[in-house]
Write a protein that binds this ligand. Structure first.
Ligand code: ZN
Length: 390
């Protein structure tokens, strides 16, 4: 029996709407997954994530952060990540590879894995496909990611090829270790379900930076190993947007049609809509939460910086088109006052609105694909942003 099921129920060009059934419930796609780095989606309570306002069906946890602190033993003793954090809905964990790449100073990559210094206490740590699978099994996430090496978009061809082949070997080792752990039943948070195996699901990651020939080889290598879903990694890490969309447009339609397609770490609301138009089903990004904490709101009319003096006496909500509880209740003037006063409520309210806007945008995307109006939705969405964005 499968670990998850994916049914595409509507198409509009390359855009797809569907339902991803995990052992912890159904997720309508395209879906945006808020990022819960260290076991918390920063600045927001789980009750709010579950509320009708946001209704996030799946969130992310970061293997790297949770492994270093509080550590696997603490989470295992608590009965897995769901119980530890108090979240019953679906969880996806990344492999830790990206964090080692983006945070880990003094690292050394070998065939075996990656050596790096912990940003928490400076200790020397070693992460490999096997270690990553063991940690993710202990976390008990519903979707596990293979351990990969990230070659960002602008990496040279020969360096990307070396990295991509290493990622393929690590993907195979990830799957082997994953299968051993699932069969042994060790700490995988096995959940009783009617139609699914109750096991964790495992996604492969396609690398290859900005080189389309390598992207296609990486896709083939990954599909040949065989996974429950497929992700595109190594994008939105400093390359030109045009290159990012060129890669997505080339790779996504070649990905297996009966499996979910996940674009990792992307992006702005307009990036999400544009990637959906090229065939992507799943997204995660820190932008709504991170930018919320620094005073930036995403709205249907573009970005709004709450620090600007022009909002000091503005009695309008952040976004007049938004139905979230923050926009129903509070004015820009008040939110600016909170931010300028250093009140923690500023971050909380901006984060809430930003997540509501991202999740509501995806709701609109799904509805428009189902009704066959996605091209119109996409055009009007872009026109509104262009007309008024900062
Ligand atoms: Zn709002």
């Amino acid at each position: 029996m499968k670990a998850l099921r994916f049914d595409v129920d509507a198409k509009c060009g390359e855009a797809r709407a569907g339902v991803l059934t995990t052992r912890r419930g159904q997720i309508e796609t395209p879906v945006f997954m808020p990022v819960g780095t260290a076991g918390t989606v920063k600045g927001i309570r789980f009750e709010e994530l579950e509320s009708a306002d946001l209704d996030a069906k799946i969130i992310l946890g970061n293997t790297y952060h949770l492994w270093l602190r509080p550590g696997v033993d603490v989470i295992r003793a608590a009965g897995g990540l769901h119980r530890f954090i108090g979240w019953d809905r679906a969880l996806l964990t990344d492999s830790g590879g990206f964090q080692v790449w983006s945070l880990g100073a003094l690292r050394k990559i070998s065939e075996e894995g990656t050596e790096f210094r912990s940003h928490v206490d400076g200790s020397l740590r070693f992460l490999s496909p096997e270690v990553s699978m063991e940690v993710q099994a202990a976390l008990g996430s519903d979707i596990v990611m293979v351990f990969d090496e990230c070659a960002p978009g602008q990496t040279a061809h020969d360096e990307t090829e070396r990295s991509m082949n290493l990622t393929a070997r690590w993907a195979k080792r990830s799957k082997d270790a994953f299968e051993r752990l699932q069969t042994a039943g060790a700490d995988t948070g096995h959940v009783q379900t009617k139609d699914l195996s109750g096991r964790q699901a495992l996604f492969g990651i396609i690398q290859g930076a900005g080189h389309l020939d390598l992207r296609r080889i990486s896709l083939e290598q990954t599909v040949n190993i065989g996974f429950d879903g497929y992700a595109i990694g190594g994008l939105s890490v400093g390359e030109e947007k045009s290159l990012m969309f060129e890669v997505i447009a080339d790779v996504a339609p070649r990905m297996p049609k009966d499996a979910p397609r996940y674009l990792m770490g992307v992006g702005t609301p307009e990036d999400l809509v544009e990637a959906v138009a090229r065939g992507i089903d799943m997204f995660d990004c820190v932008l709504p939460t991170r930018n919320g904490r620094t005073g930036q709101a995403f709205t249907s009319r573009g970005k709004l910086n709450i620090k600007n003096a022009q909002w000091a006496n503005d009695s309008r909500p952040l976004d007049e088109a938004c139905r979230c509880s923050v926009c129903q209740r509070h004015t820009r003037a008040y939110l600016r006052h909170l931010y300028m006063s250093g009140e923690m409520l500023a971050s909380i309210l901006l984060t809430h609105h930003n997540l509501a806007f991202f999740l509501d945008t995806m709701r609109g995307v799904r509805q428009s694909i189902r009704s066959g109006d996605f091209p119109k939705f996409r055009r009007e969405f872009t026109e509104r942003l262009d007309a008024n964005g900062e």
